[in-house]
Ligand binder design. Structure first.
Ligand SMILES: [Zn+2]
Length: 83
């Protein structure tokens, strides 16, 4: 039951942006509390987002968001195998 780690990855950008549905946000927070892998993901994503924002605009360019998601998914697949 419930979502798998991989299901959360696509939501993480919005989660970090604070633009996620509050219900989903809680769900992710709960999962992160229980899952070290996702905690590391969010952590590194947050750092990257912070760096980007310090560099320029408030919001991540869609292109970069997409790239980040791909990197995360790739790492995930390397670790746990492709879906
Ligand atoms: Zn997880």
């Amino acid at each position: 039951m419930g979502k798998k780690c991989r299901d959360y990855i696509s939501e993480l950008n919005d989660f970090i942006d604070g633009e996620l549905d509050p219900q989903l946000c809680l769900e992710i927070e709960k999962h992160i509390g229980e899952c070290e892998n996702c905690r590391i993901m969010v952590d590194s994503l947050q750092k990257t987002v912070k760096l980007c924002r310090e560099g320029k605009s408030e919001k991540l360019p869609a292109e970069l968001e997409k790239k980040l998601n791909n990197i995360l998914l790739k790492r995930w697949n390397e670790k746990f195998g492709a879906a």
